[in-house]
Design a protein around this ligand. Structure first.
Ligand SMILES: C[S@@+](CC[C@H](N)C(=O)[O-])C[C@H]1O[C@@H](n2cnc3c(N)ncnc32)[C@H](O)[C@@H]1O
Length: 283
């Protein structure tokens, strides 16, 4: 079935609406994205055009349609150990140093808090769980918790479920990783319970206030800021800065940079990757 064409005015109105509800900024050249991604919702709601669908979405008091629009208009592309280098940083530097520091301070079991901000379907959070398991051994000797946040309900539900297709498993994992950390269930693979238990997934809009104290030792926030305008990127990284524990590390996408937009962070280099820490005395 061919997609209903979107008019110029409808594109402007939809662009504004999507930005308002999730921060994703789609310029006038992205009409095809609305046409292809909202087609199912058009049919489901029996809307005669984009203006009518927008009207119904805004009027829907349950917010169910709004959530479906968010699911449709966000890009959930992800994979296990995406870009590899940040996970080497976690494995060889951040976790050993953190455990060393916390052990010396006598805290038992040693707390470790990791945030996967914009976690999509969970591959990033479970990759960090795999690194924790392989670095620390018995996870029950630690108080290790990973929180995954994403605005897409569909992505959060999939992440919580912890089941992956062959195609997803093949992206980033070796056969040995799969044998160690997953069990086959029918034609899918389920992350093992010990790793599943370290991670919690929640719906959240990262452009709104996050109700968390300065808590996280490591924050991954990769491949989401690219969809935001510069003011929203600044807001996002300030929010994450407030959620970072003293001495904590912020890891962003390999094509992203905080230079010139967030002076409170300073870059640190480790092997092939850059991570950020808050400058001393910054709020
Ligand atoms: C391309 S994926 C990145 C996933 C993962 N971080 C990675 O790098 O593999 C971007 C994710 O950002 C989420 N997202 C977009 N806007 C968001 C917002 N305002 N708050 C929270 N998550 C958002 C999308 O739902 C999507 O799952």
């Amino acid at each position: 079935m061919s997609a209903t064409p979107i008019s110029r005015d409808e594109l402007v109105a939809w662009g504004r609406y999507v930005h308002e509800i999730c921060g994703v900024s789609l310029d006038g050249s992205k009409g095809y994205l609305f046409e292809t991604r909202l087609g199912v919702l058009m049919r489901e709601t029996q809307s005669g055009g984009f203006a009518e669908l927008l009207h119904k979405t805004k009027r829907d008091a349950t917010n169910a349609l709004r959530r479906k629009v968010i699911d449709a208009m966000t890009t959930n592309e992800t994979s296990f150990f995406r870009d590899r280098a940040p996970f080497d940083l976690l494995r060889h530097k951040l976790i050993p140093e953190l455990v060393d520091r916390r052990s010396k301070s006598g805290l038992r079991p040693v707390p470790i808090r990791i945030l996967s901000a914009a976690c999509s379907t969970g591959q990033e959070a479970y990759s960090t769980a795999i690194v924790l398991k392989e670095t620390l051994g018995e996870l029950r000797n630690y108080d290790a918790r990973i929180l995954g946040l994403d605005i897409s309900d569909h992505a959060v539900a999939r992440a919580s479920h912890g089941y992956f297709s062959r195609l997803e498993i093949d992206r980033g994992l070796t056969p040995a990783d799969v044998a160690r950390h997953f069990e086959p269930v029918g034609d899918r693979w389920k992350i093992r319970d010990e790793l599943r238990a370290t991670a919690l997934f929640r719906h959240a809009n990262l452009l709104e206030t996050l109700a968390t104290p300065p808590f996280f030792d490591v924050i991954f926030c990769r491949n989401v800021a690219i969809y935001f305008t510069e003011p929203d990127r600044i807001r996002l990284f300030r929010t994450l800065g407030r959620a970072l524990a003293p001495g904590g590390a912020l890891i962003i996408g390999s094509t992203e940079s905080l230079s010139g937009i967030c002076p409170e962070f300073e870059p640190r280099r480790y092997l092939r990757t850059v991570f950020y820490q808050k400058k001393e005395g910054s709020p």
